[in-house]
Write a protein that binds this ligand. Structure first.
Ligand code: SAM
Ligand code: SF4
Ligand code: SF4
Length: 346
């Protein structure tokens, strides 16, 4: 055990080979999920026989909090809990409280499909969660049900959203992945619905994460097309980015009805500003969403390595980082072994 999560940090900015600092840490707390989104965990791969990680291979809350504490010494200030579906992990609020006790973590957020949020919003807020991002791919049940492939109704996610707002976990960002031929007809209804609300929708290009989703470039609806679709009905103007590493290009409605974000990872890659690392549920460190292999942190935290030794190892990994997959995405990268989004954490 260690008190690194609560001890004062000795932050020294660590840069990778492309001069990018490390600011954001995404932690996957489970590889399991109660949805089977077609673009993430398609049922033919993630069926009843799929072998999820056994419990003993998953990092404990103490291990996660220790690692997060060491990452703050490298410059991390933002931590996002994700998965799989993070709310299927029991007692998640305990982890939230442990992370919250680290003053270096100024932004502690959660990405969720929202299905279990109505039950957990208050406890999570009470434990110190700052905000939530909720994924929602359509507002009508037939389209949403086809996307999540688990018959989850929109109303249940909306109820979670209301609970989160009521608990003070707003303003909420809503993530919508757009897949050609599946839900592009839901783009305008989503834009319409969330105008004049505190929530902002981020429209996400369907990405080639993992292998199971059978990604094809033809399935991607480019952000430019989404922008054209929305602005034809509601004029939009670009907003300046507020910070380095902001992945969404933000636009505001000219009539003052709020803003949207476009995450164009495929058509307009943003690797040059990528300040993000990910830890998978079994404790592997990935310095890119498309990395082929992770660095095993679990054996390190389960060995007798000191905080200083682990910190030095993390620094070395980040210093050597050269990733820019999306900028290179081409014939060269097709067929490379890649890890699944539900494992690495989106
Ligand atoms: N289960 C939670 C959820 O859905 O919000 C958290 C994990 S999920 C992997 C995180 C985000 O990744 C979600 O917003 C999801 O829509 C997005 N995502 C998953 N697969 C994707 C893909 N192939 N392309 C783009 N975004 C994807
Ligand atoms: Fe589950 Fe989220 Fe992946 Fe959908 S996107 S299958 S909700 S992990
Ligand atoms: Fe970052 Fe890798 Fe995505 Fe580029 S492809 S933005 S380096 S995660």
């Amino acid at each position: 055990m260690t008190d690194s999560a609560s001890s004062p940090t000795t932050t020294a900015v660590t840069l990778d080979t492309r001069g990018r600092p490390l600011r954001d840490l995404r932690i996957s707390v489970t590889d399991r999920c109660n949805f089977r989104c077609v673009y993430c965990m398609p049922r033919d791969t993630f069926g009843p026989d799929h072998a999820f990680l056994p419990r003993q291979e998953i990092l404990t809350f103490e291990e996660i909090a220790r690692l997060a504490g060491l990452f703050t010494r490298l410059g991390v200030t933002k931590v996002r809990l994700t998965g799989g579906e993070p709310l299927v992990r029991r007692d998640l609020e305990t982890l939230v409280a442990m992370l919250r006790s680290n003053p270096a973590i100024t932004d502690l957020t959660l990405t969720t499909n929202g299905s279990l949020l109505a039950r957990h919003a208050r406890t999570l807020a009470g434990a110190g969660l700052s905000r939530v991002t909720i994924s929602l791919d359509a507002l009508d049940d037939p389209t949403f049900g086809r996307m999540n492939d688990a018959r989850f109704p929109v109303a249940q996610v909306m109820e979670g959203m209301r609970a989160a707002e009521g608990a003070g976990l707003g303003p909420i960002k809503v993530n919508m992945v757009v897949k050609r031929g599946w839900n592009e007809a839901a783009v305008l209804p989503m834009a319409r619905h969330f105008r004049w609300s505190d929530q902002s929708v981020r429209f996400i290009e369907y990405m080639d994460v993992g292998h199971s989703n059978g990604w094809r470039l033809d399935d991607v609806v480019p952000a430019s097309e989404i922008l054209a679709m929305i602005s034809a009905e509601f004029p939009l103007e670009p907003m300046a980015p507020t910070e380095r590493g902001e992945v969404a290009r933000r636009y505001r409605y000219t009539d003052g009805a709020g803003e949207i974000g476009l995450i164009a990872s495929v058509t307009q890659p943003f690797c040059g500003d990528c300040v993000r690392a990910r830890i998978s549920a079994d404790g592997k460190l990935f310095t890119c969403l498309f990395a082929v292999a992770g660095h095993d942190l679990r054996s390190l935290v389960r060995s007798d390595a000191s905080d200083e030794e682990i910190e030095a190892r993390l620094r070395r990994v980040w210093n050597l980082r050269d990733d820019r997959y999306s900028e290179l995405r081409s014939a060269e990268t097709v067929g490379l072994p890649k890890v699944e989004m539900s494992y690495i954490g989106g």
